[in-house]
Design a protein around this ligand. Structure first.
Ligand SMILES: NC(=O)c1ccc[n+]([C@@H]2O[C@H](COP(=O)([O-])OP(=O)(O)OC[C@H]3O[C@@H](n4cnc5c(N)ncnc54)[C@H](OP(=O)(O)O)[C@@H]3O)[C@@H](O)[C@H]2O)c1
Length: 264
């Protein structure tokens, strides 16, 4: 084996089929870009048709990207998206449950809508979308080539912050433990379930933190590495977990945060 083919053998995802929810922007788009550029066929999904089409156009020059707009905050939505994938693919090697929302309010003001909307999307939908796609994940999986479910959590699930995002931290911490449980229960199906817990990445969700140049500089200076997360950080870890190189990891939560959880 040449050096290049050994590298592809170890880290390659070429020819694999992936679904990235919330792939129209932010971290999901970064992950989708990395997977497409590495040669996977990547389905992306989010609610807004135009945003999906725009992302599909943006990634088309790099390879195979297909957008399927869908709201997955309900069980019915998860079924619709899973059916759309099933109509196109017999197998699914990589499922990235990335779509997420947050909501911050004082503890006295926090209301049921802010609870239910976040828990439905950030905790319930990763479970039911994965459940509906299990036939395709099982079809892709073998002892030699394990399928990979990657749930996108947050450093907020590991360490309290000043954000007052109560339902979000509960949902994301729940997602970490749910993933460990699923890793156990899907072991014999050769399906790995891991969590990436991102630190700060520029996106619509974090836009208020860099609304002005001055604020951006101040916030960036507070990060241990003095920089925001980049496409390579989110995509690199996803590719690693989806490839042979990451095959021996399951049930773990990996912070992708430039040291924020342990050092910051
Ligand atoms: N950015 C960070 O620093 C950071 C840090 C820690 C964790 N995270 C996590 O990383 C993930 C991505 O966050 P982000 O910062 O990239 O956020 P973002 O820019 O707001 O992107 C969220 C994505 O989810 C989609 N989405 C929202 N509601 C949906 C629904 N009901 N059904 C389907 N898709 C939906 C959005 O598209 P539509 O609006 O078109 O639906 C968008 O594509 C989230 O799980 C978030 O909790 C982010």
């Amino acid at each position: 084996m040449t050096d290049a083919s050994f590298y592809e053998h170890l880290f390659g995802v070429r020819g694999k089929v992936a679904l990235v929810t919330g792939g129209s922007r932010g971290i999901g788009l970064m992950i989708a870009e990395g997977l497409v550029r590495a040669g996977a066929r990547v389905y992306i999904s989010s609610r807004k048709v135009e945003a999906c089409e725009e992302a599909e156009r943006e990634l088309a020059p790099y390879g195979d990207c297909i957008a399927i707009p869908c709201d997955i905050s309900t069980l019915e939505g998860c079924e619709v998206l899973a059916s759309a994938i099933q109509a196109r693919e017999d197998k699914l090697d990589i499922l990235v449950n990335n779509a997420g929302l947050t909501w911050s309010l004082d503890v006295d003001e926090f209301h049921e809508k802010a609870w239910d909307r976040i828990v439905n999307l950030d905790l319930k939908s990763p479970f039911f979308l994965m459940q509906k796609l299990l036939p395709q994940l099982r079809a892709a999986a073998s002892a030699e080539q394990r399928a990979s479910v990657i749930n996108i959590s947050s450093v907020n699930s590991l360490k309290p912050s000043n954000l007052r995002n109560y339902s979000y931290v509960a949902a994301k911490a729940g997602l970490n433990q749910l993933s460990a449980q699923l890793a156990r229960d899907l072991m014999a199906d050769h399906i790995n379930v891991n969590v990436i817990a991102p630190g700060p990445f520029k996106s619509k969700m974090t836009a208020p933190l860099y609304a002005t140049e001055e604020l951006d500089q101040e916030v960036t200076a507070s990060f241990p590495m003095k920089r925001w997360g980049r496409m390579e950080d989110a995509a690199g870890l996803t590719i690693f977990l989806s490839s042979r190189a990451g095959s021996y990891l399951t049930g773990v939560t990996l912070p992708c945060d430039g040291g924020a959880t342990t050092i910051g």
